[in-house]
Design a binder for this molecule. Structure first.
Ligand SMILES: *[C@@H]1O[C@H](CO)[C@@H](O)[C@H](O)[C@H]1NC(C)=O
Length: 329
């Protein structure tokens, strides 16, 4: 998306209004070419500020903090780094995440030009091209759904297998634009039929406030950071759990729609600094005060809620420092 397009988008966004054509009150204008609309403007309230943007190019890998990101239908992107577009798999294509391999959270995947840079504790940096069109496409399984990925090569496979020091061989795959995405609705009926993602658990964008993290930390022996919960957009300048009530928000030219809360699992017990899984905190504390309403038990079951999953109604650029507006009508 170029800047001109962005500016035009921002302009049209501001002018976006809901039109209600009053049945009997339709008035013919001028030569009878137009209708007079009953305008129902949106209510716009400032609710916070973007304090951090995180992209997790490698599923379960280290988050990459960026000052600016493109917000696409399928999630955040910065240069070649697109959120959850690389995936660790077994040789037969089954996804491997931090739930099985907690040390994966210490692996960083970044890009320099058209090269991917892979780094990990006590490992030499490995570089390889983003596009390797001659490599095999692997048929993968991600949360019960079939999805493809381009194999990143033997050297990458050896590097990751050596780093994780496991008995089995791992491979890395990359989701390419021409491949068929997964549908969040296949896992969560609250998503609309048109939504598509590559390798995230469910939705394209996860949002969390600093205040919610602080609230949780105040109940723990040891503070946790937002990074542990792997959000894409971190919001400051609001109260704890305010984000739960933001059904629709505007950030810069980007319009986001809340779909559901993020139900939390054992992965939250992996320390992002050490890659050690405790299997206890902060999940147990979250369960003590963040379980869903009984009426939503069929959706979230016993998973505590922390952070909100959004879809992208309008794409654009997000920047740290952008004001977050809640939209209501
Ligand atoms: C944490 O959030 C809860 C709401 O779930 C609130 O009742 C409590 O006062 C908050 N605690 C702190 C320390 O902010």
């Amino acid at each position: 998306m170029d800047l001109k397009e962005l500016a035009v988008n921002a302009l049209s966004q501001n002018k976006k209004t809901a039109f209600l054509i009053g049945g009997a009150g339709v008035a013919v204008l001028g030569l009878g070419l137009g209708y007079k609309y009953l305008l129902k403007p949106e209510k716009v309230v400032r609710v916070g500020v973007v304090s951090q943007l995180l992209i997790h190019p490698l599923k379960s890998g280290k988050g990459v903090s960026v000052a600016l990101a493109e917000c696409h239908k399928m999630g955040l992107k910065f240069g070649e780094l697109q959120d959850r577009h690389w995936l660790l798999v077994t040789e037969d294509g089954h996804m491997v995440t931090g739930r099985q391999q907690p040390r994966l959270v210490l692996v960083s995947l970044t890009c320099e030009g058209v090269q991917v840079c892979l780094n990990g504790p006590n490992m030499e940096e490995l570089r390889f091209p983003v596009d390797q069109p001659d490599n095999n496409v692997i048929n993968c399984r991600v949360f019960g759904a079939d999805i493809q990925g381009r194999d990143c090569g033997d050297e990458v496979s050896h590097w990751l297998t050596r780093y994780l020091a496991a008995e089995t061989t791992f491979r890395l795959v990359h989701f390419e634009p021409q491949m068929r995405p997964r549908k969040p609705i296949d896992l969560e009926p609250l998503f609309s039929q048109s939504e598509q993602v590559a390798y995230p658990d469910v939705g394209p964008v996860m949002l969390l406030s600093e205040a919610s993290v602080k609230n949780l930390s105040s109940k723990l022996d040891k503070d946790v950071t937002a990074e542990r919960f792997r959000p894409n957009i971190i919001i400051s300048d609001c109260e704890a759990f305010d984000e739960d009530s933001w059904e629709e928000i505007q950030i810069g030219g980007v319009r986001l729609q809340r779909v559901m809360s993020c139900g939390r699992c054992i992965f939250t017990t992996v320390d992002p600094e050490t890659g050690i899984i405790s299997r206890k905190e902060p999940l147990e504390t979250l369960k003590s005060y963040r379980l869903c309403e009984p009426s939503e038990k069929h959706i979230y079951k016993s998973a505590p809620l922390f952070g909100q999953l959004h879809t992208v109604k309008k794409t654009g650029i997000l920047q740290v420092g952008d004001v977050v507006y809640k939209i209501s009508r």
